[in-house]
Design a protein around this ligand. Structure first.
Ligand SMILES: CC(C)(COP(=O)(O)OP(=O)(O)OC[C@H]1O[C@@H](n2cnc3c(N)ncnc32)[C@H](O)[C@@H]1OP(=O)(O)O)[C@@H](O)C(=O)NCCC(=O)NCCS
Length: 176
C-alpha cells in the first residue's frame, strides 16, 4: 500500500518537458557518487532532453509510465524492446526506473513496478533485463525483491566514464 495516492499512466508527448526535468534531476542518484559532473552533464545533455523523450515516446518499441502525485511528476519508468548487452533470454529492457527521493520507501516504486510488469506482459517479449550500477545497493535490493537476479557484469558509459553495472534479469515479464 502506498502512503501517497499515485496516479500511474502511460506518458504522452505532453509529458516530454517534465520527464526531461525530472530525469536530469534523478539520473545522478543511480550513478557512483564520485561521477564527474562533466560526465553526468554529457549524458544528460544527450539522453535526457525533451526532444529525446519526444522521440522515445513516438517509437512503438518503447513505453514510458509516469507516476504523478497531486498532478506532479514523482517518478517514471521506461521499457524498450532491446537485446541485452550479453547473451540473455530476455528481450525487453527495463531501461529507466526512477522515483523522486521524497517518495522513496513509500511504496510508489512498488506500485510503478506492478504497472511495468503488467505492461511488459502485454508484449510478445519473454523476459525483462536491466542494467544497474553495481554499487546501487538500494536499487539492487528493490529489483531482487521483484524477482530479478544478477546474470552478468558490463560497462555502462556515462559521458566518458565506463561504470561497472550488473545485468539483472527476470524470466517472465509478469509471472509470479
Ligand atoms: C531504486 C528505487 C526505485 C527503489 O524505490 P524505493 O522506494 O527506494 O524502494 P524501497 O524503499 O522499497 O527499498 C528497496 C529495498 O532497498 C532496501 N534499502 C533501503 N535503503 C537502503 C540502502 N541505503 N542500502 C541498501 N538497501 C536499502 C529496502 O529495505 C528495500 O529492501 P526490502 O524490500 O528487501 O526491504 C528508488 O530508491 C530510486 O528511485 N532510487 C534512485 C534512482 C535509481 O537508483 N534508480 C535505479 C536505476 S537502475
Amino acid at each position: 500500500m502506498t502512503a501517497f495516492a499515485a496516479e500511474i499512466v502511460r506518458a504522452s508527448a505532453g509529458d516530454a518537458q517534465d520527464l526531461s526535468v525530472l530525469s536530469a534531476e534523478l539520473f545522478p542518484l543511480g550513478c557512483p557518487a564520485d561521477t564527474a559532473a562533466a560526465d553526468l552533464a554529457a549524458y544528460i545533455d544527450r539522453e535526457l532532453t525533451p526532444e529525446r523523450f519526444r522521440s522515445l515516446l513516438e517509437d512503438d518499441c518503447n513505453a514510458i509510465l509516469v507516476a504523478r502525485i497531486s498532478s506532479k511528476l514523482a517518478g517514471y519508468a521506461m521499457i524498450a524492446r532491446a537485446a541485452a548487452p550479453q547473451p540473455s533470454l530476455a528481450n525487453c529492457e527495463l531501461r529507466k526506473f526512477y522515483i523522486a527521493p521524497a517518495y522513496h520507501g513509500t511504496g510508489i516504486a512498488h506500485a510503478l513496478m506492478e504497472q511495468v510488469l503488467g505492461l511488459a506482459a502485454d508484449t510478445p517479449d519473454t523476459g525483462l533485463w536491466l542494467s544497474v550500477f553495481s554499487g546501487n545497493t538500494r536499487a539492487i535490493a528493490f529489483y531482487r525483491r521483484w524477482g530479478f537476479r544478477v546474470t552478468g557484469i558490463h560497462d555502462f558509459l556515462v559521458g566518458s566514464d565506463p561504470q561497472r553495472d550488473f545485468l539483472m534479469e527476470r524470466e517472465s515479464p509478469a509471472g509470479p
